[in-house]
Design a protein around this ligand. Sequence first.
Ligand code: SAM
Length: 309
Amino acid sequence: MKEAATLEILRALADEIRLRIVKATLKEELSVAELVDVLGLPQSTVSRHLKPLRDARLVGTRREGTSVYYRQGPALGEPWLGGVLGGRLDELPSARRDAAALRRVIEARRTRSRVFFERMAGRYASLTQPGGGWEALAAALAAGFAGRHVADLGAGEGGLTMLLARFARRVTAVDQSRAMLDEVQARAKRQGVAARVRTVCGDLEKVPMGPGSVDAVFLSQALHHAARPPLAVREAARLLKRGGQLVILDLARHEEDWVRRKLADQWLGFDSEELTAWMKEAGVRPLVAERVGDLNSRLPVLMAVGVRK
Ligand SMILES: C[S@@+](CC[C@H](N)C(=O)[O-])C[C@H]1O[C@@H](n2cnc3c(N)ncnc32)[C@H](O)[C@@H]1O
């Protein structure tokens, strides 16, 4: 049985074109079209020679959508074969030519990507946003809170809490509404992060947590609901350890009065100057306070980030 496999391998290798294919796929994973370019041979010839190489497991395949990529096969891991082939593949008459063609094929992949993005600069976001793109980015950025204890004040249904809980050691979701916190707990359970999520019912101005108990505090779209926003910022700062981060996401000052009736907003957004002033009064050194997202929106978003002194 073993001898039969050995014979099949040796038979499959007894051809210069097949040795060239083996050499190319040892170096890179390539589509048939790319192999055609590397070898400078018609596709029918390349495909005909790929078949015995696949049968002898000298070449492996990987399917990606409608494309098939060819790569080093498991038979090449056999020690005796390494001894037979050794550096011999470099001695093939076409070795230098094929190596140069292979470099061109890889460069063509880079060029394709570069040309596309050069052309798309300024328009790319319209293809990919909004939708999954931003959410996926936010999910990945939450990795910056890995291992930390984060408080999510005014957590609502816990969208942000869930993102943070993927990485954080613990996320404490604080809200005045028990119904919202029940929702947070149910989501945490469904997403398998319940062990890291704690819910606390309380007011933004008087959070039932000890001073200096967390590494970071988020106040996301909650401050415009607070009865006295400066006091809510002061309370957020109280919870932070020295060097901890305060991240406020809220609305920039706007004129959309309907939000008071429909969304129970207390305040029509804030100026970056007032947020930074409240931060400073609370012992937080502001790092940034600026508008983010769609600046033409009627409800623009304001982000303010600071560090507890
Ligand atoms: C618009 S939701 C924000 C949810 C989430 N943070 C987000 O960014 O999507 C506001 C949440 O803040 C809570 N909230 C409003 N005023 C509060 C207060 N004084 N104390 C505690 N929670 C409050 C509400 O119950 C609500 O769940």
